[in-house]
Design a protein around this ligand. Structure first.
Ligand code: ADP
Ligand code: SF4
Length: 721
């Protein structure tokens, strides 16, 4: 297929300082939980984007100084030769596919933790951080020079390692140059504080020094937060004056602007609250002042939107973090006229949530292979054929797990893959979850897989038939995969109490589960509804939001100290709380329900059982925990003789029917089984490379121990001579 001519502008090369981008696609810096601790995973994660056609691929935030210790959150580092050696592998992997490699240099300032190094860190003023809860020392001029030298030293190391783009970041509400820029942080009265020119001085000097050191060899990138967003105070950093002023002052000393708006939770804009490229209005205000190219993110997955953004001259380069996580092959798919095959990011932020929740590794709801490129040898677009491809396989349940498993088996060339679904349409619980307020974009989980399955002639999809044991035994499959999902618990059993809520089963007309409301569309009686959220992710607050929009008076009760606490890891928490408060939802935290009676629900404070509260309500929605729908699996596996008489060699299970988890894990589970269904024991995952230092082992054994089962070999593991 050939490229749609409307997208041709996205493939015009562009000069960026001493470097040339082969096209307009740029993977913006984003965290991964890999840093320099998992160099193989880091190299292959970033390298996959280079292979997928991006012109430039960045690291995550990379510390320039030991004081910038953000542990347990995992950043990259360029402090010594060991860090260089580990990042060199990434650069080589990116270069192997003719892309440019970029590094984002950062000093965290007051946002540091110091948990490993136990060092204090400096800031423009001694102001504690709302993010880390830590303070800092107020930097004097010698401190400023010392940290600027750290930036220069790190830039030289980056250049020596082979990085092409060196970013000095003032982005996303953190990093030292931003702290100098924002009055929120900078209370100084010397030449580094006060006027915009003074507040820009630290960044200008640092950029100049880095340019002086490496500017002939590397493009210098200014990672710039244009506007503090959502700050209505006088100290706010506003694009109309501060943003414009900074671009005017620095445009002559940078080669590329990497622009964004707001703090991390705004930048990682959830699809529930932000449209793609909502940043456009902000960038338009500075465009006229920037002669250098501008890259910016905007959760771009639609080539039309990308072509418009570039064609209108608002930006020159499409920046992407999440779209590239969800589909590293976006540029090549557009180039090859296969835009309909793009696995579009749903904007759920599960990727960043693992990192936010203590530095965990990257995952993706849509792309099960992300982070697995090296340790499991998974390629998002390539699948090994099987020598058991003529085994007929029946998958029961077409939720995310079953659909993904069928897709992978289809891609691997299994001749007869049958996917059976009880409902009239595929998609499982995502069908109704995506009808919750603002969650329409989540349907992409279903739409992508449905479209891909339609292209696989070896996969048959049967809908509208609920399979029982006899149906399965009679079907003629040799492998059966159970992917029957999970249901919300009806008794109120929760992670807090491990028992049911008394009265939950005695008043069925008053008590509802999420499926009652969303699937069976039962009428939630009366005007006052209590939603009991022990789950902590989106379900409780989304149902509260939905019911409040429908005009109910809603009380949202949670046994934890924060309603929807996981939403703060997906960077949606603040936006969700704002939406609930706008709707006058009453938030009650630290309370467990103890009794449900007609017209009344009673609970107590989890820290003091004698402190009881009760609420007069007409209905209760229990969002406490889910339970696997396991009956079919248990009935089938209870009688091995019948299975073997029916020619069924194995019954496996995946997804929520094993353990109710987030969609990303159901997709992963289905994907994993699809890749490994023909091993001697497919229920047990193949081992993966752990990148763990093993004392006494030789260098080649470090990671190399699994090479005989995994297809990948690192490009290089050189260390500096
Ligand atoms: P997961 O997230 O693990 O994919 P879901 O709950 O989203 O799980 O999807 C499970 C799907 O399995 C649902 O669409 C449900 O209708 C379907 N299902 C459950 N039991 C059967 C059955 N006996 N026969 C066919 N389909 C079933
Ligand atoms: Fe997009 Fe969600 Fe994947 Fe992150 S986890 S890249 S937001 S689909």
């Amino acid at each position: 297929m050939t490229m749609d001519p409307r997208h041709a502008s996205l493939f015009e090369p562009i000069r960026v300082g001493p470097k040339t981008f082969r096209n307009r696609f740029y993977v913006a810096p984003h965290c991964s939980g890999l840093g320099v601790e998992f160099p193989g995973a880091q190299a292959y994660l970033r390298g996959m984007r280079a292979e997928g056609g991006w012109a430039a691929v960045n690291t995550e935030y990379c510390a320039v100084d030991a004081e910038s210790d953000d542990s347990p959150w995992v950043q990259a580092r360029l402090l010594d030769e060991r860090d260089e050696a580990n990042l060199r592998l990434m650069v080589e992997r990116v270069h192997e596919f003719d892309a440019l490699a970029g590094v984002q240099l950062v000093y965290m300032g007051a946002d540091h933790t110091g948990y490993v190094t136990r060092l204090p860190a400096g800031g423009p003023s001694q102001i504690a951080s709302g993010m880390s809860g830590h303070s800092c020392y107020a930097m004097d001029k010698s401190d400023i020079r010392r940290i600027q030298k750290s930036y220069v030293d790190a830039a030289i190391r980056a250049r020596d390692v082979g990085f092409d783009l060196i970013q000095v970041a003032a982005r996303e509400g953190f990093s030292l140059p931003l702290q100098f820029l924002w009055r929120y942080w900078n209370h100084r009265t010397d030449e580094y504080g006060g006027s915009l020119e003074n507040r820009t001085r630290f960044w200008r000097e640092t950029l100049e020094q880095v340019r002086e050191a490496v500017g002939d060899d590397c493009a210098i990138v200014a990672g710039f937060c244009l506007d503090s967003f959502n700050d209505t105070t006088e100290r706010a950093f506003k694009v109309s004056d501060d943003g414009v002023g900074v671009v005017e002052m620095l445009d002559d000393i940078v080669d590329l602007w990497d622009m964004q708006v707001g703090h991390l939770e705004d930048d990682v804009s959830s699809s529930r609250f932000f449209e793609p490229f909502w940043q456009r209005d902000y960038i338009e205000q500075v465009r006229a002042y920037a002669k250098k190219p501008i890259a910016a993110v905007g959760r771009f997955t639609d080539p039309e939107l990308m072509a418009r953004a570039v064609g209108d001259g608002v930006i020159d380069i499409i920046g992407a973090a999440r779209p590239a996580i969800s589909d590293p092959f976006i540029p090549n798919k557009i180039r090859d006229g296969r835009a309909e095959d793009i696995r579009e990011c749903i904007g759920c932020n599960m990727c960043v949530s693992r990192f936010n929740n203590g530095g965990g590794r990257i995952v993706c709801t849509q792309n099960a292979t992300v982070g697995e490129e090296y340790r499991r040898g998974w390629h998002p677009e390539k699948f090994n054929p099987s020598d058991r491809g003529n085994d007929p396989i029946l998958i029961i349940g077409a939720g995310p797990a079953g659909m993904e498993c069928a897709r992978v088996l289809g891609e691997r060339g299994f001749e007869a893959v049958h996917l059976a679904e009880a409902e009239s349409e595929v998609g499982g619980h995502v069908n109704w979850v995506s009808r919750l307020p603002g969650m329409r974009t989540w349907r992409r989980v279903v739409e992508y897989r449905e479209a891909q399955l339609a292209k696989l002639s070896n996969v048959t999809v049967l809908t509208g038939k609920r399979f029982d044991v006899e149906d399965v035994l009679d079907y003629g499959a040799s492998t059966v995969v159970i992917a029957t999902g999970a249901n919300w618990d009806r008794t109120g059993t929760s992670p807090m109490t491990h028992t049911s809520v008394p009265g939950a089963d005695a008043h069925p007309g008053m008590v509802f589960t999420p499926e009652d409301v969303m699937v069976d569309k039962r009428t939630v009686h009366g005007s006052r509804v209590l939603v009991y959220d022990c789950d902590g992710y989106f379900m409780g607050s989304s149902l509260a939001q939905k019911l409040a929009i429908e005009g109910k008076e809603v009380i949202l009760v949670s046994p934890t100290d924060q309603v929807g606490s996981y939403l703060f890891h997906t960077d949606e928490g603040g936006h969700v709380m704002h939406a609930l408060l706008e709707l006058d939802v009453e938030l009650v935290t630290s309370h467990a329900l103890t009794r449900i009676e007609p017209g009344r629900v009673t609970g107590h404070n989890v820290y003091h059982e004698a402190k009881e509260s009760s609420w007069a309500v007409d209905s209760v929605v229990l969002v406490t925990q889910r339970r696997s729908r396991n009956d079919l699996y248990e009935q089938l596996t209870a009688d091995p003789e019948r299975l073997s008489a029916a020619g069924i060699a194995q019954v496996l299970r995946i997804g929520d029917c094993v353990e109710p988890r987030v969609i990303a894990e159901a997709v992963f589970d289905g994907h994993r089984l699809g890749r490994e269904i023909d091993t001697s024991d497919p229920a047990a995952p193949l081992p993966f490379i752990r990148e763990q230092r093993i004392l006494g082992w030789r260098e080649e054994d470090y990671d190399g121990v699994l090479r005989h089962v995994l297809p990948l070999t690192p490009v290089s593991r050189t260390t500096r001579a």
